[in-house]
Design a protein around this ligand. Structure first.
Ligand code: NAD
Ligand code: TYD
Length: 354
């Protein structure tokens, strides 16, 4: 499939993961025409794609996945072979303060996109692919032991994961009911360059830089399985081209960290990079009220992806984390731009006590 002329719709391509996927496809597949549809919410940022915005095989369209007329126009005009669907509301804390926004984009937006793809691809399904990007959070929470496999029953517990779970169900329903050619992947927590500083790692990098308190939720012993975003994009490339139709693939780097242990490493690397006395950033750690419904542990079993498609993570966590920290420190203007304006209001409301 990868040597042919193709046009692919990538939704949410101006966001964190989407921008890495767009960059990879633009650079690796000169013969593909990539159309990036993004609403440019607070999380979407065209600065993320500055380096490739003039590429001849790239088109950006500002728009909403809920806008069926626009989607119809785009399918008509570009005759897409594939959709890689990343557009979503993505932050758990925001889903707690405004669940409906998550239903709108993640559920209604996905179903709108599925409907348009179904209509335009009717009778031509054998040459098409709708690839839905999802999260491991749909599986709920783990105790001390065990890993999420593709067979783990869905048990979403936050408005974010519930909306993502719902969208996954709709994607499978369109496969079974209408024969839409689909594939789904569920990935663990990503980190890397261009991540909006509402998520743990970039938020803490920014706070350490400015000597601000580091708000650790609850006892800090919640566990996440961290994957470098570039490795996620590589997995998406593999699954898009080689994944089996109707299948689900879990993506994760076998890299579990308790939040507080990760935060200690982050503080120590930041001290080194900023030339501060070792241990000084750890003094900023401040335990705050826990997130409601906070899932205790996520961890992915990526055996299917590793065995079937030969994927594996390309960097160790320490390498990836240091590279990420260096990127945020070297891209001061990017960080300053995204943390001005509305971000300040968000921060004040979310972190009232610190
Ligand atoms: P993000 O919040 O950084 O980016 C989301 C993008 O979607 C933004 O560019 C935003 O403008 C766009 N968008 C939002 N609503 C839209 C709408 N109605 N129409 C068009 N565009 C819209 O998110 P991310 O972290 O890059 O996540 C991308 C996808 O990957 C999401 O589907 C998310 O659920 C999934 N995912 C994320 C992680 C993670 O750790 N960040 C892990 C696993 C899966
Ligand atoms: P986050 O980056 O929001 O990802 P998710 O909730 O989707 O896993 O959070 C990662 C972990 O860090 C999670 O256990 C919540 C915790 N956390 C804090 O302790 N303080 C914070 O300010 C944030 C944003 C997260």
């Amino acid at each position: 499939m990868d040597t042919k002329q193709r046009s692919i719709l990538i939704t949410g391509g101006a966001g964190f993961i989407g921008s890495h996927v767009v960059r990879l496809f633009i650079k690796k597949y000169a013969q593909y025409h990539i159309v990036n549809l993004d609403k440019l919410t607070y999380a979407g940022n065209l600065e993320n794609l500055k380096d490739i915005e003039k590429a001849p095989n790239y088109t950006f369209v500002k728009g909403d996945i809920l806008d069926a007329d626009l989607l119809n126009e785009l399918f008509e005009k570009y005759n897409f072979h594939g959709v890689i669907h990343l557009a979503a509301e993505s932050h758990v804390d925001r889903s707690i303060s405004n669940p409906l926004a998550f239903v709108e984009t993640n559920v209604l937006g996905t179903v709108t996109l599925l409907n348009v793809a179904k209509t335009h691809w009717k009778g031509k399904e054998e040459d098409k692919l709708f690839y839905h990007i999802s999260t491991d959070e749909v599986y709920g929470t783990l105790g001390e032991e065990g890993l999420f496999t593709e067979e783990t029953p869905y048990d979403p517990r936050s408005p974010y994961s519930s909306a993502k779970a719902s969208s996954d169900h709709f994607v499978r329903a369109y496969h079974h009911t209408f024969g839409l050619p689909v594939v789904i992947s569920n990935c663990s927590n990503n980190y890397g360059s261009h991540q909006f500083p509402e998520k743990l790692i970039p938020l803490f990098i920014n706070n350490i830089k400015h000597n601000k308190p580091l708000p650790v939720y609850g006892d800090g012993k919640y566990t996440r399985d961290w994957l470098w975003v570039v490795d996620h994009a590589a997995a998406i490339d593999l699954i898009y081209h080689k994944g089996r139709l109707g299948e689900t693939y879990n993506i994760g780097g076998r890299n579990e960290w308790k939040n507080i242990d990760l935060i200690h490493v982050l503080c120590d690397v930041m001290d080194e990079e900023l030339g501060r006395e070792q241990g000084s950033s750890r003094n900023l750690i401040t335990y705050v009220t826990d997130r409601p419904g906070h899932d205790r542990r996520y961890a992915i079993d990526a055996t299917k992806l590793e065995n079937e498609l030969g994927w594996k993570a390309s960097v160790t966590f320490r390498e990836g984390l240091r590279g990420t920290i260096t990127w945020y420190l070297q891209n001061e203007e990017w960080l300053n731009n995204v943390t001005s304006g509305n971000y300040q209001d968000y921060y004040r409301k979310q972190y009232r006590s610190v």
